[in-house]
Design a protein around this ligand. Structure first.
Ligand code: AMP
Length: 135
């Protein structure tokens, strides 16, 4: 990665492929991070916010979201890699807070992989056995 890449802001223009909105008032998770929309928070720190998924796919289903708007895994890796440790720590903090010893972490990346909200989020799923492959 070049220094130039790291200097670029994370994606803030709509992506032509998916038509997703940029950050701010058009982004659902930015609105949760800002407190404009309520969510069932389980953890937050300076870098991440974690809240329960509104349509849980497991007894425990929490989303770990960076406060900063980044579109997806690739956008984060290319333009905001410094968020990596905070995301790792955020997931572990959620697991600690909820007493999860066995859990799965998922980052759907792109529409065909199941991403529907284009603000990076890590799904933390637990409370039941997890199948593999995931389907
Ligand atoms: P993905 O499909 O991987 O982009 O995940 C987006 C997740 O956000 C889905 O599991 C949704 O159920 C969840 N979701 C959508 N709106 C909300 C909301 N207002 N509060 C909490 N979770 C939400």
């Amino acid at each position: 990665m070049s220094e130039h890449d790291q200097d670029q802001p994370a994606t803030e223009e709509p992506d032509a492929a998916s038509g997703d909105a940029a950050s701010g008032e058009d982004c659902l998770f930015c609105r949760i991070v800002s407190g404009e929309l309520s969510a069932d928070l389980v953890h937050q720190d300076d870098d991440v916010v974690a809240f329960r998924d509104i349509q849980p796919k497991a007894p425990t289903h929490v989303l770990v979201v960076p406060r900063r708007h980044v579109r997806d895994w690739s956008d984060t890796a290319r333009h905001a890699p410094e968020l990596g440790p905070a995301l790792l720590r955020g997931v572990a903090d959620v697991a600690d807070a909820l007493g999860l010893e066995h859990y799965r972490v998922v980052a759907n990346t792109g529409e065909k992989a199941g991403q529907s909200v284009f603000h990076l989020h890590l799904h933390v799923l637990g409370g039941r056995p997890m199948l593999w492959p995931p389907g």
